[in-house]
Design a protein around this ligand. Structure first.
Ligand code: NAD
Length: 254
């Protein structure tokens, strides 16, 4: 294996959902800077058009609402009508709606499950269909969370959806291995992004940081190694794995 090119993605096409902000935006930049052509998919088109100008490689912007079958089918058509190629999916779109379990409404529960689990399923199924048709393998990276494994206050819907996403990852990995479609999950701990920085500056936010063994939040760039490993051929024998990047949060003492 060429040391210089371990993470090279030249010639590959990567779809990133939720690419309009936060981690998805960062993932798109990272994959693009390693040579991938990117398909940026989310609801806020203008934000992705401005991201597009920052990218080093070719990209297209597609409107996507993962809660809508119609929207996911439109994305499939867009991909099939362009080159038809799809090598990497970063299944990143996600929401949370923190609320105590005793106060949670069915509407809130369903909306988190609809985006984080059913939405991820819909996009993964669409990407799998294309990858199987192309018969050229692929890498699907589901963005889970450390809350798939442990629980936190007021996040029952989020933790349940992410735990199910990990089981989906492993089930898909098992069934798609023979087609060389690898399916893995990346489970970040608390990563500083534009939308959570205000929260982590509050006393409550600081007390969360105190529970992380490394006593700090992760940076978006600290997910790059795991992302590039899973996206590239360097992980050609990895499937069904969950890579945790959390500053030791999951191993904090009971
Ligand atoms: P974010 O809110 O900045 O990004 C979420 C993205 O998903 C946005 O682009 C949003 O528009 C998109 N999205 C939401 N609903 C959508 C829908 N119905 N259709 C299409 N796109 C939709 O948050 P983030 O922190 O960047 O989170 C990205 C992913 O990483 C999520 O799956 C989240 O659960 C996961 N995650 C984040 C952290 C963290 O600390 N930031 C930790 C663990 C896991």
């Amino acid at each position: 294996m060429d040391k210089e090119n371990l993470f090279d993605l030249t010639g590959k096409v990567a779809l990133i959902t939720g690419a309009s902000s936060g981690l998805g935006k960062h993932f798109a930049k990272t994959l693009s800077s390693y040579g991938a052509k990117t398909i940026l998919a989310a609801r806020r088109i203008e934000r992705m058009e401005s991201l597009q100008k920052e990218l080093l490689n070719e990209s297209i912007v597609v409107s996507l609402d993962v809660t809508s079958n119609k929207s996911v089918n439109k994305l499939r058509e867009e991909i099939e009508n362009s080159t038809g190629q799809l090598d990497i999916l970063v299944n990143n779109a996600g929401i949370s709606d923190p609320v105590k379990f005793k106060d949670i409404s069915e509407e809130s529960w369903l909306s988190v499950l609809e985006t984080n689990l059913n939405g991820a399923f819909r996009v993964a199924k669409m990407a799998t269909d294309i990858m199987l048709k192309n018969n050229d393998g692929g890498s699907i990276i589901n963005i889970a969370s450390i809350l798939a494994e442990r629980v936190g206050l007021n996040l029952s819907s989020y933790a349940s959806a992410k735990a199910a996403l990990v089981q989906l990852t492993k089930s898909m990995a098992l069934e798609l291995a023979r087609s060389n479609i690898r399916v893995n999950a990346l489970a970040p701990g608390y990563i500083l992004t534009e939308i959570n920085q205000d929260f982590f500056n509050t006393d409550e936010g600081k007390s969360y940081i105190g529970k992380i063994p490394m006593k700090r939040l992760g940076l978006e760039s600290e997910l790059d190694g795991a992302l590039l490993l899973l996206a590239s051929n360097t992980s050609s024998f990895m499937t069904g794995s969950v890579i945790t990047v959390d500053g030791g949060h999951l191993v904090n003492p009971l």
